[in-house]
Design a protein around this ligand. Structure first.
Ligand SMILES: [Zn+2]
Length: 354
């Protein structure tokens, strides 16, 4: 079970501003509705290689016009108060923060067996859970382990069991807002989730390219492109995390048609590089592609996968793609929970349980 484990680095401690502070006093977070900062599309050579890699150029651009169409669809009990911290992705923001916001964003790719469950915590202590894995018991254990008492945001990338079962107990943390793809599930698990969220008074919201401010961390919700039909995988909701110059991306179990649809939109919020990227669909053969990876340009890929699993995940095809992309690969089945701590200047550390 000892995987690559190339990552040393302390877990919580010292804010490592490895890179020479490029100047400017740390900027106060929580600005306005500026969505993705500007950027150059061209990524500087990724200084790959070391584990505690320091991120490179932010390379981002403001969202394209199509991104401006986001519209909040509030279903169910709407406590509009929640909207105060939700901003529509919009104007081209010149979020030029050389050193970025203070503190660190922590992203944990939880080892929940086969499935996805990603816990994001802002420097201010705000929390978001993206999927919950297929085991409610394991998710419950993590709630205790991390002493979670509330949840600001819950996202179900899609309604498959390996993504929402763990959300059922997590819903008791009363997430203020719940975002999904707008397609309800057909299982009892889905029904239980909806019931718990209703009991919690959560606001149901459909993914619409909105930006959620989780404290000083911006979560860009990537809505499925049009024409995806009613299949769950192809309607996976994506989430792009942005914290100053640090960026991470996860898109559930998207299949090739969905990534092709996103590529056709030439979205700036999906244009790499991303320091951290979640392997699509647990490394399935129908998820990541060379064209997609060339666009998102991941420096590190985290595969959330269980062992054993009957799907053959991750596939050799996916692993080869990550290798060709020059990305370092982390796997929850071999290394346990993978924890990423990103700083506003784009530097980050990655640690694993084993
Ligand atoms: Zn899945």
């Amino acid at each position: 079970m000892t995987g690559p484990k190339k990552v040393p680095a302390p877990r919580k401690a010292a804010p490592k501003k490895a890179a020479p502070a490029r100047k400017t006093p740390a900027k106060a977070p929580e600005v306005s509705a500026k969505a993705a900062p500007k950027a150059e599309a061209k990524a500087a050579p990724r200084g790959r290689a070391k584990s505690n890699a320091k991120g490179k150029s932010p390379a981002r651009r403001g969202p394209s016009p199509s991104d401006l169409l986001g519209v909040l669809v509030l279903i169910g009990t709407a406590s509009l108060a929640a909207c105060g911290w939700m901003k529509q992705g919009g104007q081209d923001g010149g979020d030029t923060q050389p050193t970025g916001p203070a503190g660190q964003v922590t992203i944990r790719f939880l080892d929940i067996g086969q499935g996805d469950a990603i816990l994001i915590q802002s420097p201010e202590g705000k929390t978001a859970l993206i999927d919950g894995g297929r085991s409610s018991e394991r998710l419950r254990d993590y709630i205790k382990q991390f002493d979670l008492t509330t949840l600001d945001l819950m996202v179900a990338t899609h309604a498959d069991a390996d993504h929402i079962a763990g959300l059922v107990p997590a819903a008791t943390l009363k997430p203020r807002v719940f975002i999904n793809n707008g397609l309800g599930g057909t299982t009892q698990t889905w029904e239980r989730l909806v019931k718990n969220l209703q009991d919690a008074g959560s606001t149901f919201t459909k993914a619409s390219n909105q930006t959620v401010n989780l404290g000083s961390v911006k979560l860009r919700v990537i809505a499925p492109p049009p024409g995806m039909g009613d299949g769950q995988n192809e309607n996976s909701v994506g989430v792009a995390v942005q914290f100053g110059a640090f960026r991470a991306l996860m898109t559930g179990d998207s299949e090739t048609p969905e990534t092709e649809g996103w590529l056709a939109q030439e979205r700036d919020d999906l244009r790499g590089p991303f320091q951290v990227y979640k392997s699509i669909h647990h490394g399935a053969a129908n998820g990541d592609s060379a064209a997609w990876l060339a666009y998102v340009r991941p420096e590190n890929v985290v595969i959330s996968v269980g062992t054993p699993n009957s799907y053959g995940h991750p596939t050799k095809k996916a692993l080869d793609l990550y290798k060709q992309a020059g990305a370092r690969v982390y796997r929850t089945d071999r290394q346990g929970t993978v924890t990423v701590q990103g700083s506003g200047d784009g530097t980050y550390t990655i640690t694993t349980d084993r």
